[in-house]
Design a protein around this ligand. Structure first.
Ligand code: IPM
Ligand code: MG
Length: 359
């Protein structure tokens, strides 16, 4: 019992349950194939948790998460819960779990599969072989800064963007280490021409760079970074940025790869416990229709194998299976060309699982 690898699945809302059920099947297959000794459980989060318990992050979910080594999340949110007060909104469930376990290091790779070059909205030569990693600070900045909310007795509402040296250093180290293991290029993104918190961010990153002589650190303003990402994305290898800028830039980077439906993410704390989730949201417009792309969720399982369980070879075989299925021409609707036949969520999931069994 003690050595079991405990995984908590939180399917959440919208397409979350559909893509998570494929990821669960994959975990069961991995457990058998590689004798991983997994213990998989499921819990409530987001709008579904609110509907059933009145809380988007119930205590029971937190307790289960505390007992787990890794958490796999589907997605949260949807129009049904849009009018709830901010404390009850589904997003609070996700933000709460990130904060509770200090999952400060959010890794969002944007890798363009060779098979999907034409799915990108940019020209082939601009994006072919794109392999970019965004390291986003996830538990600080304006998302969590206090004071926040209505200012009593006035007609104003405020949020606070705040970073401590400690927070910048710890995310900086994750990014420098990642850059060291790749091309040795790190671009730190801020808004230092306007925001004091950004000047401080830049100063601390620059200080930290002396610990990493093998990494070439550059800085870029966030508006320029957004533009450069769509102009010449291959100039970047690893980018590091704060919570809000990372939220925005990672969506831009995701689209370079053709579909946000392809991209996984990992959010880690210092013990390597991790929350793994597709970058895509709950996509309420296609929820329950068997149309969602399950590949981001499948690739999130690969990241889980790599970062929390240190099983790089399993991660590689999942990534290879996805690549093989794409090479066979299988597509979900989000990555298909016009008039191409497409597979549903379950069918795409099954293709990947069958391929996993055979490699
Ligand atoms: C993301 C999402 C979340 C965020 C929302 C759902 C709270 O957009 O993971 O990028 O803003 O961090
Ligand atoms: Mg986002």
């Amino acid at each position: 019992m003690k050595n079991k690898k405990r995984i908590l699945i939180l399917p959440g809302d919208g397409i979350g349950p559909e893509v998570s059920s494929i990821a669960k099947e994959l975990l069961i297959l991995l457990d058998q194939k590689y004798s991983l000794d997994l213990d998989i459980s499921e819990g409530l989060i987001g709008g579904k948790a609110y509907d059933e318990t009145g809380d988007p992050l119930p205590k029971e979910t937190l307790n289960m998460a505390r007992d787990s080594h890794a958490i796999l999340l589907g997605a949260v949110g949807g129009p049904k819960w849009d009018d709830l007060p901010s404390q009850k909104r589904p997003e609070k469930g996700l933000l709460g779990i990130r904060s509770e376990f200090d999952f400060f290091a959010n890794l969002r790779p944007a890798i363009l599969s060779k098979e999907l070059v034409s799915a990108s909205s940019l020209k082939n030569e601009k994006v072919s072989d794109l392999d970019l990693l965004i390291v986003r600070e996830l538990t600080g900045g304006i998302y969590f800064g206090e004071p926040r909310g209505e200012v009593e007795g006035s007609d104003e509402v405020l949020n606070t963007m705040i970073y401590s040296r400690k927070e910048i250093i710890r995310i900086g180290r994750v990014a420098f280490e990642a850059a060291k293991g790749r091309k040795g290029e790190l671009c730190s993104v801020d808004k230092a021409n306007v925001l004091e918190v950004s000047s401080f961010w830049r100063e601390v990153m620059t200080e930290l760079s002396s610990d990493y002589p093998e990494v070439n650190l550059s800085h870029m303003l966030v508006d320029n970074a957004a533009m450069q990402l769509v102009r010449e994305p291959k100039q970047f290898d690893v980018m590091v940025t704060g919570n809000l800028f990372g939220d925005i830039l990672s969506d831009v980077a995701a689209m370079l790869t053709g579909s946000i439906g392809m991209l996984p993410s990992a959010s880690l704390n210092k013990t390597k416990k991790g929350l793994y989730e597709p970058v895509h949201g709950s996509a309420p417009d296609i929820a329950g229709e068997n149309k969602a792309n399950p590949l981001a969720s499948i690739l999130s399982v690969a990241m889980m194998m790599r970062y929390t369980f240190e099983k790089d070879e399993i991660a590689l075989s999942i990534e290879k299976a996805v690549e093989l299925v794409l090479a066979e021409g299988e597509r979900t609707q989000d990555i298909a060309k016009e008039n191409e036949t497409t597979l549903g969520t379950r069918e795409m999931g099954r293709k990947v699982l069958l391929t996993m069994e055979s490699i």
